[in-house]
Design a protein around this ligand. Structure first.
Ligand code: PNS
Length: 161
């Protein structure tokens, strides 16, 4: 059975992430969405909230599981018996960081390979940061995230006011 990890901060999950999750789940037997427990990045949503949101929007995908992780990604991959890390590439600007990260990961864990999915052109501009920026100033984020996530983001900014 081929297991892959799709890691990220997912603060919050966007249509771009969901597109990658859907496509990766078709080519892998088992896909674990790994949500980084990254308090140092001061995320908008707690790791528990991000895991809950991801579980809700991937509930229709039977071979997708959502888990949080801390520490090194490759340690999480080895623990989870995953031989593949999935990442999305939106534009050339992503490339340098992604290349460095995949090469470092391969140096530490030679048996874990990274596979890149090019992001659907529809979502090439999209990021969690853009979603938060637009929502913070009261803009409409319905084109960027599923309806239930848009509601969570709006609620979060209302609570913060
Ligand atoms: O969605 P993001 O924030 O771009 O995801 C980044 C992520 C989670 C893939 C990366 O920060 C990560 O793997 N962090 C875990 C720590 C680690 O293994 N670092 C070494 C990679 S060079």
């Amino acid at each position: 059975m081929r297991t892959a990890i799709y890691p990220g901060s997912f603060d919050p999950v966007t249509f771009g992430h969901l597109d990658i999750i859907q496509r990766a789940s078709h080519v892998m037997d088992h896909l674990i969405v790994g949500v980084l427990n990254n308090n140092s990045k001061s995320p908008l949503f707690s790791v528990e909230e991000r895991v809950k949101m991801l579980k809700e929007v991937t509930a229709h995908l039977p071979n997708v599981e959502v888990q949080s992780f801390g520490g090194l990604l490759v340690d999480f991959a080895v623990q989870s018996k995953a031989s593949v890390i999935i990442r999305g590439l939106r534009a050339i600007t992503d490339f340098e960081y992604e290349l460095q990260m995949s090469q470092t990961n391969r140096k530490i864990a030679p048996n874990v390979d990274t596979i890149f999915f090019t992001t659907n052109l529809k979502y090439a501009y999209l990021s969690s940061s853009i979603v938060k920026e637009v929502a913070m100033f009261g803009g409409n984020i319905d084109e960027f995230v599923p309806p239930m996530i848009a509601q969570y983001v709006r609620d979060k900014f209302e609570q913060k006011q």
